[in-house]
Design a binder for this molecule. Sequence first.
Ligand code: SAH
Ligand code: SF4
Ligand code: F3S
Length: 444
Amino acid sequence: MTDQPQTDSKPKKLFIKTYGCQMNVYDSERMAEAMGAEGYVTTEVAEEADMVLLNTCHIREKAAEKVYSDLGRLRPLKAAKPDLKIGVAGCVAQAEGAEILERMPLVDLVVGPQSYHRLPAMAKAAGEGRKSVDTDFPAEDKFDHLPTRDLPKRGPTAFLTVQEGCDKFCAFCVVPYTRGAEVSRPAERILTEARALVDRGVREITLLGQNVNAYHGHDGGLGGLVRDLARIEGLARIRYTTSHPNDMDEALIAAHGEEPKLMPYLHLPVQSGSDRILKAMNRKHTAEAYLRLVEKIRAARPDILLTSDFIVGFPGETDEDFEATMDLIRAVGYGAAFSFKYSSRPGTPAAERAPVAAEVADERLQRLQALLTEQQRAAQTAMVGREVEVLIEKPGRLPGQMVGKSGHLHAVALSHPDARPGALGRVRITASNPNSLAGEWLGA
Ligand code: SAH
Ligand code: SF4
Ligand code: F3S
């Protein structure tokens, strides 16, 4: 090691692989920025990197195990390049901590999601041959200690974490353990960060939180924050995710009806349509209460597109319970949804319960996904012939093609010289393809 200032040396390269949810995507960006201040530039090529950081997810067994197989695949790289530093961040880091070092001695540092402001110091220690593990839940806000986002121009859409953690303790879920208790960032900081993003070219911000609508960093809750954000000139669109049905308050529902910048889209996971299973999951609401909530939201914003998450094969789920879920899906009519086979997670209450047979769960998942796919197609087909507003994001796969998102978050592909990234225009939908729409640009 030399004592020369970093400006004299070649920048080090950082490769980050992100697993799991959007909150990890946001954290990865912030970690890249924090390491940027230490002289690191990011690379898309792991082989070029001086440091590889895996930002991991612990939500299902498969996701967590993938991290270990990916670490295994880094072995030859580390053998060829002994100076390469390997870090594990995210929810697996939080859940397994020092065990990761035991199982995978090639790892140099393990940093939990609340300790990212300590990453630069940990990377420095790794450079000096010292391994470290930090999985504290410190009292300070990690984002306060990460550099501000006063950086170069960027794409038209951005994530912004406003809330972290979860106090709900659904019986299947690791998040309350990996991300800790619900914490909201103060509204003023979020507004400052949002303004800086808009100055960098961002036109659409998606507010993130494990329970984003439990946000209480503003007197008016998330609805109040949305209204303040909507006053930022240049910011065209606001979204938020993920919401818990029990935290959808009147003010937020009203904002959907009154605030044009708030997009007509809501991800509102229900998990199951059976009251017995909802109770066993500790969701603290019934299917009926969820349906009433959906009605209320649609009364405020009739064209809102709803999406959800579902778990099939939760311990104790009978055929009748599963049919109740299918009924709920039919009653709501979703625009899209994520569905998962229940995965037993160590340390969660449901892990103690007898599982549903794998074949039964597989068969249910297939039926459920077929129904959801049908609903997704129907929602997309219903757009054909309609005029929507599209925010252009990036080039598509075909030459000259651009891709953007409609208010309903449908991907829309089109070609027009004015359809440049960041442009917001009116588009006529001409066709529905399996996972996107095609359209023609009518003008800004
Ligand atoms: N905070 C969000 C989502 C958290 S995780 C919410 O409350 O909705 C994202 C999704 O993963 C969950 O909605 C759930 O459907 C799924 N999930 C969580 N734990 C799981 C498990 N043990 N097995 C299968 N799916 C799970
Ligand atoms: Fe997990 Fe439930 Fe919290 Fe969502 S609300 S993060 S599913 S415990
Ligand atoms: Fe996964 Fe952690 Fe997000 S477990 S889904 S990365 S909060």
